[in-house]
Unconditional design. Structure first.
Length: 335
């Protein structure tokens, strides 16, 4: 009985294993079927994209052909290239082309070349194409048989220009620094000179003032050297102050008594006038009746004369002999 049960158990296990294998096989076959069906569904979409790309490619081919035709047309319309020879320059090549081949006047050629881009320097072997369209001149340069292309030459030239520019900028900066230094030195020197100038100006002003003072003193001294000095007063006051005194001879015996140089406040410049003017009002007199002059060696009506006017309100002492009165000290007394 035990053996029978054991066989049934083994059989059941085999059945289960077979069922499991069948399930796995069926699943695998279904998966493969799905994979085979999927590409078939995508074929129409891929074909549509291929057709679209072929149409775009055909359009591009058409555009390329048009460009090739346009390029060929332009090349056919261009003149033959000029190969650069030793000593050539772009301006002269353009000038010869415009004046000789296109019949443009020299004046108009110069204007057109001024507005055109010209490459210099040109290397021997470069090929230069010139063309003119609707009054406008154009030119381009290709390498030709030269060892370097124009672009390389331009880059080299640009590099040289940049180096020269940098060199010039450094020189300019150095010059600016030197100029600023010299400017500071000049400013300091100018300030020093301004200070010296102010000092000199002050000295000159001082000298001028001294000169003016000396001139004034000289003028005053010159005037004094050509003057006569006088003391004027009433006879009564002069006698009371001890400046004059009378003698036993009376008026004719009057003489100077006690006077000093400071008493002679009156002065006239004999170069300008010869008259000493007297006023009765200055002496608190109602009228001047008589004028006397001391010292007595000055002779009346010879060396001087007296003129009384205006009913005695004024009197003039006219000095006739100026040489005798020069630097003299005289006393004039009135009554």
């Amino acid at each position: 009985m035990k053996k029978i049960k054991k066989r049934i158990s083994i059989r059941n296990s085999l059945v289960l294993i077979l069922c499991f294998i069948l399930i796995i096989g069926v699943s695998f076959m279904i998966s493969c079927k799905k994979k085979e069906v999927a590409p078939t569904a995508q074929v129409p979409d891929l074909q549509a994209k291929v057709d679209e790309l072929q149409r775009e490619l055909a359009g591009k081919d058409s555009e390329i052909n048009q460009l090739k035709e346009e390029t060929a047309r332009i090349q056919r319309s261009l003149p033959s290239a000029y190969e650069v020879q030793p000593g050539d320059n772009h301006w002269q090549i353009g000038y010869d082309y415009l004046t000789t081949k296109r019949g443009v006047s020299p004046e108009e050629t110069g204007r057109m070349l001024t507005n055109a881009y010209l490459l210099d320097p040109l290397l021997v072997g470069f090929k230069v194409w010139n063309f003119m369209d609707e009054g406008q001149y154009g030119s381009f340069v290709l390498q030709g048989s030269a060892k370097v292309c124009p672009g390389s030459l331009i880059r080299v030239d640009t590099k040289k220009i940049a180096e020269e520019k940098l060199k010039l900028e450094n020189e300019i900066a150095k010059l600016k620094e030197e100029i600023e230094k010299q400017s500071m030195e000049f400013t300091a020197k100018i300030e020093e000179l301004e200070k010296e100038r102010e000092e000199l100006k002050s000295q000159i002003d001082s000298f001028n003032q001294e000169a003016a003072n000396l001139q004034g003193q000289n003028t005053d001294l010159d005037a004094r050297l050509n003057s006569v000095y006088y003391l004027a007063g009433t006879k009564k006051n002069l006698k009371a102050n001890g400046k004059i005194k009378g003698t036993f001879l009376g008026l004719s015996g009057m003489k100077i008594k006690d006077v000093s140089f400071g008493d002679f406040q009156g002065r006239i410049d004999l170069r300008e006038t010869d008259a000493i003017e007297l006023s009765a009002e200055d002496f608190n007199l109602s009228a001047i009746k008589k004028v006397g002059l001391l010292p007595k060696h000055m002779k009346k009506d010879i060396d001087y004369r007296v003129e009384i006017a205006g009913d005695g309100q004024s009197a003039s002492v006219i000095l006739r002999n100026k040489d005798k009165f020069l630097l003299a000290r005289i006393v004039l007394y009135v009554k």
